[in-house]
Design a protein around this ligand. Sequence first.
Ligand SMILES: Nc1nc2c(ncn2[C@@H]2O[C@H](COP(=O)(O)OP(=O)(O)OP(=O)(O)O)[C@@H](O)[C@H]2O)c(=O)[nH]1
Ligand SMILES: [Mg+2]
Length: 330
Amino acid sequence: MSVHDRQHAGSDGEINLSVENRKLLTEIENLCSNTRRKVENVLLIGKVGAGKSSLINSVRKALTGQYIPKAPAGKGSSSSKTKALERFERCGVEEDDLIHDRDRYMKISHVPTIFDFPGLGDTEFEGLEEILDLIIKGDVAPYTSLRYLIESQNKTKNDHEKECELKQPYPNSKISTILFVQSCRESAPKNLISCLQKVLDKSGPDGKLLYTGKVHVVMTKFDLVNHQDNSDDETTEMISEDNYMDIENDMADLFNIDGNRQDNLTKWTSYSDRLDAERDNPAVDNSALKLIKMIMTHGTQAELMPAKPMPAKPMPAKPMPAKDDSCQIL
Ligand SMILES: Nc1nc2c(ncn2[C@@H]2O[C@H](COP(=O)(O)OP(=O)(O)OP(=O)(O)O)[C@@H](O)[C@H]2O)c(=O)[nH]1
Ligand SMILES: [Mg+2]
């Protein structure tokens, strides 16, 4: 049920969803109870303002029942609010979030780690392919700024030196799921997607693909799709269903998922300024819990290994420039 449907479903619909959400939470807890399973690393990629950070805040709300935004979300600026490869262990859930429910905190201790990344533009810039490649392989230290990554790539050095400079011993940072986050109000970023595809198509000397994880498309801001032809709710923010479908079709074509959108694309609404986060929205929580469950069950868990907790914000091996507000490539 979409947020829109929910508005028309009345309290029965809400109650049904709340029951389903409790069931989903239990299923996620059961998945977590296998402590030998490898904790998934999820990378968020998308354009500036697509809703990546808001997605993390919404997932955190769905898991804890409390909306305490942790990933700073922007206000529609042309440069990215997120400046670095931010790392959110346990989907950003902290012990303090569940101080009165320690049992639940322990039960969801193995939910995925989410890496939030600065928004990118639709122009491939020099070094982007290499940067994405290094991040996906898990060779970039968390909290490294995008500016630093770009500068390291652009320095006149040979490839080996460039790679060594970025390569840090961060075990368990290899990405297992990429969420491509796309606002349903923006055209599909063809160049960015093609750059990502080049990285995903890389194979090793044995001919096998280097990245074997999953790529899933998340169509955000679905609350801005006007589902009624003659709605009074027509504001400049809203888009028609037809416009929405055009963008979704483009995304499905670009990611070659037309045959199976059900499993590869999620229509998504985050808690945001528009959607009152103070009030529980079972439909938002439902999408978030389903997404987390999907990430945890999509079949890459063949590799079982003990999940080692990462240290708190690690110190970079060498001084890195401070997060830079003037990064203009976005
Ligand atoms: N209506 C609506 N607004 C949203 C939704 N998701 C995000 N927003 C708004 O979109 C703006 C950008 O959201 P962010 O989460 O900062 O987007 P981002 O992709 O992290 O952006 P950068 O880090 O700047 O690249 C904020 O004003 C959010 O409140 C949504 O599902 N619906
Ligand atoms: Mg962000």
